[in-house]
Ligand binder design. Structure first.
Ligand SMILES: [Zn+2]
Length: 335
């Protein structure tokens, strides 16, 4: 049967890959002329295979396209994905870790495994008043672990909060959940760093957090370990107890209380408000407080991907690879 790009596109959609992801992984050099060339059709399939983690052989024969990393994922929290979707998500993530690794300047620091979060906190506090989102990102990139916010999601339904992935000795943290304030994302990144530091990832594997780790009190031992890492890094304590003179009745009271307490405790005010949410299981008040703590809401994904754009060595990529990465990161410009 003659290979056509249209048929290939349909096969990818049948696998559950979102239209947005198919567009992003499609090479920018593709043209009507290429459609007629057998070698271009083969190159197209190899390129897409590398980006989605599909077996290139499976794309050239008559068999169904197959993901390389079908069983290498742990899903934490309630997973609404079937096995095909899980394979698509983990293969996409592991492939992305491989592509990102080419442009990460720092080599992966093996001391990350078993890293003491309190020690990292101490280092970060020597130059910052609190451990903020930008401090965790800077530390992560410095340790050779890129952090990006996915603006292209491989599946049509986006249920994931964040994932950590590993390809050989290359790790990456991929955030999916949108946020308007930095504190929730700081927690997500710290939690994923906790999974990596605690050795939860096998050499070619993905760990996918489907639900908000703090909001759903989990009994999964790896979740507890990653939460404990994140809390110690952000607050200095495994289960911070926040004392208030009188219980915060609303967002304004909580915002004022955490702004007052943050300097002495050296905990970022938004993070401190989230600790209250966790302690009191009162997320409505927490989110109302976040809106008062920060000057204005902002797209946290732009912030993360601006850091990533600055950190990556773009010289390491071909034009087509760079186009792909920019698409995955939502095309942010350095601001
Ligand atoms: Zn987790």
């Amino acid at each position: 049967m003659k290979r056509t790009a249209e048929k290939f596109r349909q096969d990818l959609r049948t696998l559950g890959i979102s239209g947005q992801a198919v567009d992003a992984v499609w090479p920018s050099w593709w043209s009507d002329e290429a459609e007629q060339s057998n070698s271009a059709q083969v190159e197209l399939r190899f390129t897409v295979a590398r980006r989605l983690g599909l077996s290139p052989k499976s794309l050239l024969g008559e068999e169904e396209p197959t993901f390389v990393w079908r069983h290498e994922a742990k899903f934490k929290g309630l997973s609404t994905y079937g096995s095909k979707e899980q394979a698509a998500l983990s293969s996409f993530g592991i492939s992305l870790a491989r592509i990102l690794s080419k442009g990460v300047r720092a080599t992966f620091d093996e001391r990350v495994i078993g890293l003491d979060p309190l020690r990292l906190r101490g280092t970060l506090l020597s130059t910052s008043p609190f451990v903020r989102l930008q401090d965790i990102c800077a530390a992560s990139w410095g340790l050779g672990i890129p952090v990006i916010h996915l603006r292209v999601f491989p599946l049509s339904a986006k249920h994931m909060v964040a994932m950590s992935v590993r390809h050989g000795d290359h790790f990456a943290i991929l955030v999916a959940k949108d946020a308007k304030y930095p504190a929730p994302t700081a927690y997500h990144v710290a939690h994923e760093l906790g999974h990596i530091a605690s050795g939860h990832l096998a050499p070619n594997a993905a760990l996918v957090d489907m639900s908000e780790p703090l909001e759903e009190k989990s009994v999964d031992s790896e979740e507890l370990e990653a939460d404990s890492f994140a809390l110690r890094l952000l607050t200095g304590q495994a289960s911070p107890q926040i004392e208030f003179d009188q219980g915060p009745a609303n967002g304004a009271v909580l915002a004022a209380a955490v702004m007052r307490a943050s300097e002495d405790s050296r905990i970022e005010p938004g993070t401190l408000a989230m600790c209250y949410g966790y302690q009191a299981s009162d997320w409505a008040t927490t989110y109302a407080a976040l809106a008062r703590i920060y000057e204005r809401p902002d797209d946290v994904w732009r912030f993360l991907n601006r850091i990533a754009t600055r950190e990556l060595d773009w010289e390491a990529y071909s034009d087509d690879e760079a186009d792909y990465l920019r698409a995955v990161m939502g095309g942010v410009e350095l601001g």
